[in-house]
Design a protein around this ligand. Structure first.
Ligand code: SAH
Length: 459
């Protein structure tokens, strides 16, 4: 009887739960007496808590933390005033050790359960600093119903802008840019974009920092070509940010959630910044793909290099190469490098990055990775090592098939989604490639994302 009652939970009920696991999205999970899993954000494994039920499905429910009865030993005090509103960070309330444990376990669970793969799992590559690691940020600009200017982030699952003076994941210089822009808006009564009516000008501030060089790029996304009195804005930024390298106006007149439009106008500087990675120089323009956590990327790429085990004579195929970063950091250790990337600008950047670093054994192809791989195979290209770094949807069966038919000795798979990685590892296993070792890597501390790199060898 009592079990049945517990299972009959409904919206607005308050239940007492022991949190026993965590989801990939960053919620704690506790089971009701009747076995219904309740997902509760901002709880930690080990918490005993009173939870308000928000939504009930057949076998699970969503809840909101009301009160902690007994805190988990992994709990820490969240040190960001926006934590409960923002949704960017999901793990600010637990220790970094616990965060790393959860992330590594998530990779293990996916590979073993979805992929059915037995392999070695190395310790997760930890971050030296879990704060201020991002080198890129986008701030929506808007006004509330009273006309008060808001610059910050969208409230979780909404398009309401919450003012934010400083984000703990971003360099302090970014907050300075926001502050100066606020002053400019007040001073000039600048025209702010209104999402509801699609009227007004200034939509977003988009900022990038070269962490090693210190170079700063500020890009204003406008519904139009520019802003009135933008010379004053540029002067204010230049006067107060000595590292400012370039200011760009990006034109986005579309009614869309996509932040950047397709056209840039350089208003100050060269339109790009440079930064360094694994001892090489890279040019970064507004559209270039560049890993947001440079320090962790270096560690990740070092692991890729270790797994690729190059001795100088190899042909390396770098699929989904972006601006060429992974391949270029290995170019001096191999005979030839072929990179494939679908975005034209990124390919152009990759070519320029090769030239910038006097790398002459690399070529880049602008194409869909599965199609390009098939074409290269038909041309008789036979790489010794293939590096894969696909977006979240993974490589898919067709590409895995083509790679396996090219018969490289080693494949190094970099993944930002454990589930699609697991699926692809299964395809590889069916085609004679064994996952030798998986190394999870924490590229996005405090958020739910986890990266991994896998070494595969031909059986
Ligand atoms: N290896 C790079 C970039 C990885 S991000 C780095 O570490 O910096 C994944 C890249 O895959 C992006 O640059 C994206 O533009 C590209 N991409 C997405 N779909 C693709 C496809 N079908 N074919 C080729 N490249 C693709």
């Amino acid at each position: 009887m009592s079990e049945k009652r517990v299972d009959n939970i409904k919206k607005n009920d308050i239940v007492t739960l022991k949190i026993t696991s965590a989801t990939a999205e960053g919620s704690g999970v506790g089971k009701t007496g009747g076995g219904i899993a309740v997902f509760v954000p901002q709880t930690a494994v080990g918490d005993e808590a009173e939870v308000k039920i928000l939504k009930v499905k057949k076998t699970y429910a969503f809840g909101k933390l009301e009160r902690i009865i007994k805190p988990s030993e992994h709990r820490i005090e969240p040190d960001c005033p926006y934590f409960s509103k923002c949704g960017g960070c999901v793990w600010r309330h637990i220790s970094y050790d616990e965060e790393c444990r959860i992330k590594r376990q998530r990779v293990i669970d996916a590979v073993e359960r979805i992929g059915g793969i037995k392999t070695e799992f190395a310790p997760i590559i930890r971050a030296d600093s879990v704060d201020r690691y991002r080198n890129k940020a986008q701030f929506p600009v808007g006004a509330d119903s009273d006309g008060e200017v808001k610059i910050g982030f969208y409230a979780f699952h909404s398009h309401r802008i919450i003012d934010c003076d400083d984000c703990a994941l971003q360099p302090r210089a970014f907050a300075r840019v926001v502050e100066i822009t606020r002053e400019f808006i007040t001073l000039t009564n600048a025209d702010i974009y209104d999402e509801a009516t699609s009227r007004g000008r200034l939509r977003h501030i988009y900022i990038r920092l070269g962490e090693v060089t210190g170079e700063l790029m500020v890009c204003f996304v406008v519904n139009g070509n520019g802003l009135k009195r933008e010379d004053l804005l540029i002067k204010m930024l230049r006067d107060r940010l000595p590292n400012l390298k370039t200011v760009v106006f990006n034109s986005n007149r579309e009614k869309t959630n996509v932040i950047l439009g397709s056209k840039n106008r350089v208003a100050y500087g060269d339109g790009f910044i440079t930064d360094e990675l694994c001892g090489l120089k890279f040019k970064i323009s507004p559209f270039s793909f560049w890993q947001v956590n440079r320090r962790q990327s270096e560690k990740l790429y070092n692991k890729v290099r270790e797994y690729a085990k190059l001795s100088g004579g190899e042909v390396v195929l770098d699929l989904y190469c972006g601006t060429g970063t992974i391949g270029l950091t290995m170019a001096k250790d191999c005979k030839a490098l072929i990179g494939v990337e679908i975005i034209e600008d990124a390919v152009r950047d990759a070519e320029q990055n090769a030239a910038l670093n006097k790398i002459e054994n690399a070529r880049f192809i602008c194409a869909d990775a599965p199609e390009a791989a098939l074409k290269l195979k038909k041309e008789g290209v036979s790489p010794n090592v293939v590096v894969l770094d696909p977006p979240r949807k993974g490589c898919g069966e067709e590409l895995v098939n083509t790679v396996a038919e090219m018969s490289p000795d080693r494949v190094v798979y970099v993944s930002c989604d454990p589930a699609t990685l697991a699926r692809d590892l299964k395809f590889f296993a069916e085609r004679g490639y064994r996952a030798v070792e998986v190394t999870p890597c924490d590229m996005f501390s405090r958020t739910a994302h986890v990266e991994s790199v896998v070494k595969l060898a031909r059986l």
